[in-house]
Design a protein around this ligand. Sequence first.
Ligand code: NAD
Length: 482
Amino acid sequence: MNNIPVVLILFGGSGDLAHRKLYPALYNLYHKNLIHDHFGVIATARRPWSHDYLRQQVTQAVFENNDDVDEQEVKEFASHFYYQSHDVTHVDHYIALKDLASELDEKYQAQGNRIFYMAMAPRFFGTIATHIHDQNLTGSGFNRLVVEKPFGRDLKSAEELNKEIRASFDEDSIYRIDHYLGKEMVQNIMPLRMTNPIVKNIWNNNFVQNVQVTLAESLGVGTRGGYYETSGALRDMVQNHIFQIITLLAMPEPENLTADAIHKAKQDLLASLQIPGLDDIKKHFARGQYCAGATTPAYLEEDQVDPNSTVETFAAGQVKFNAGPLAGVPIYFRTGKEMKEKISRIDIVLKHMNNLYGTAHSNNISIIIDPTSEIYFTINGKKISTDGLRREILDYTFSKQEMGQVPDGYERLLHDVFVADSTNFTHWAELKRYWEFVDAVEDGWRKLDGEGDKPESYAPMAFGPKSANDIFDNPKEHWIYR
Ligand code: NAD
């Protein structure tokens, strides 16, 4: 679909996300002619910028992100941007915003279509949604709302936020962004599972021993200590990215590839999610805090961090479902900061098979999401010229050229918003289940805090605390990526 008419109102137009991701993504959509003559963008933030200054910033953001751009085209693109200095807590600014939106609607013949994008600190989401409603900022065409993460900090606050948003937007018009769902290899999970007999036929609890999801970061919290103190690894990474990946891995095959069918498959699976009790949390979960490295501070010494904080910078645990192809199969996850390397990967570990050769290793299917795009199978083969088995790897790695063709997650997801495809966004029913799980683990950890059981400290440049190796159902299981 070409040239979708729309006025986009961006809250947080001077922020990091807008500069690094959203302006370059919008430019790519403009370059591909998805948005062209009939679009205008109003960027709002507190700083007293002019329209011209915003356009300079937008131009700079595009050049920083793209080696090969046509200067004239960027100039035309930037001319569609308007700035409004705006404190989102002040009601009078919404009146000015409404007037400017109507003006642009007419100027660009945008047919009353509006997209509202909340790219600001989450504490403002509810306030903005309420003002959009009270000041009647929605247009006469379609109205869509894009919300960044985190969506609440527990189920209760997420429910309150959802209520505030639902006053102006239907569930179908709310796009809760999880940028992991825009990643190439995350989008590759369904085709890998569903189009290859070699994979499809073993993707069940007869063959899969366990699944391991690792989202590791090599840096500490840096300047974001204040935010992290209100979050921790479980809320920051598990409630959204890790759970969405797990859902794609464990859901039954949808009836077809429509957004509705895919969300239904996810929700059918999530209805069978086992919510862990305190015993499960003690046995199958681990949490840690990084200590100082040779040149890096400990979490407890970071700026804006309480020196007695029990907030975890590493979380590992187990997820199980009662339904779906992987019913009963343990799905392990781990995520943390100051780890050995920055890597996002999934490892599917298959059960050992009785065989004529005695001991054989497991077969594994590994999907590397970042920093490369790669799928490899680990299988057994004969040692060259002697008896015995050795491990072989069948590898499909994207070439440099293919990597260059992969669109950024934000470009893909923004495109989906323009064409009203909600497949790769988080539905409220999914989010609710994720929070129920995370709240149960948080409650368990608060009880353990009360018993003096605190996060275990771990050295940087490893894969978290020792206790992360003790969460498995079976003592023979272990993290296969170490
Ligand atoms: P940021 O701090 O860089 O930008 C925040 C923006 O909000 C700025 O434009 C600021 O001027 C504006 N702002 C703050 N208070 C305001 C007020 N009272 N009235 C009007 N404007 C105000 O934040 P960011 O890194 O761009 O993150 C924005 C959102 O995107 C957050 O929800 C974050 O979790 C999410 N996010 C960011 C990234 C990223 O890479 N930066 C990645 C994923 C998700």
